[in-house]
Design a protein around this ligand. Sequence first.
Ligand code: ADP
Length: 355
Amino acid sequence: MEKKFRKIGILSSGGDAPGMNAAIRSVTRSAIARGVEVVGIVGGYAGLINENLKPLTEMDVSGIISHGGTTLYSARCNEFKYEEGMQKAIATCKKNDIDGLICIGGDGTFRGATDLSIRGIPCIGIPGTIDNDITATDYTIGYDTAMNTVIDLCDKIIDTSESHSRCAVVEVMGRHAGYIAIETGIALGAVGVALIEMPFDKEALFAKMNALRAQGQQSFIVIVAEGMGSEFGEALTKEIEERTGIESRFVRPAHIVRGGTPTLRDRSLASVMGDKAVDLLLAGKSDLVICSRNNEVIATDIKWALIVDRMFKDKLKDGDLDSFTQEQIDDMKALCAERRAYFENMYDIMLTIGG
Ligand code: ADP
């Protein structure tokens, strides 16, 4: 017989992202509307281990849809990665009659969710990370807001670059993915974008900048993804000055880009994903992550999502594909090809129209 859910837990974990609150609100209201109680777990998996819980009513989540960050706090919790920590988390669920969990975060958070699911606590993941670095979904919650913050900041930087005839080299977040870099690079008319997914041709960049300066262009912007390494942006800035004679400044907005009011798109995505997560959890599903694919909100096995991510990032380990059918592996390969084509196409567009 299908298990009747009476109470579910919600947590946010890993790096915070604007729109996480919208997801918390959606999950809470969606569950209460279905007659299910909701408990907020404060501080991610650490809150589960330490039994830091707070019952959530509809009113508790009122007004948070427009707030960045996460009202349930987030934390990185190493203890949870080990069996002892995990057992403490399970004991908290059992003691407090938490029948299932919805976990908002990135791939680390989903690893935790799958570990709990395997041990009998049903979990559904919701992708919340500004980097959009979860291959299984087209969009993660927070990505759109972060990109809008980047272009807002860079538009301001461009004003002063123009006045002083300078080049600004701006490093944007994305330790493992260049989505923010390529999208904002195009939106800002950057003359160059450096990201791990594509080979970077420095000589071509210098030549293009020299040619544009000869035609009278005053200001330039180059976007660098964080994944290129901590020294890359500054070194490139120096080299641009040396090779083009254009005065250049390095800018690292860093965490400023993580906060702020979520955009319509992130609020909407979070609201729909939250509702879908509750729907699936109450229907008895577990070990899934909610994804947006081709404008449809679907659910994918967490394990599939984690492995396709490794495949795309060229980090597959021996045996990773052993438990999948050929059809599942073919689907992974097709998705990776789709993602690669996206980067190639966007990069091409940037090279053609940027400057
Ligand atoms: P994100 O979810 O944004 O990728 P992290 O990688 O920091 O962020 O993961 C968030 C939390 O998820 C960690 O602090 C830890 O509690 C849990 N977690 C991460 N990796 C694992 C793992 N391999 N097994 C179990 N839990 C994990």
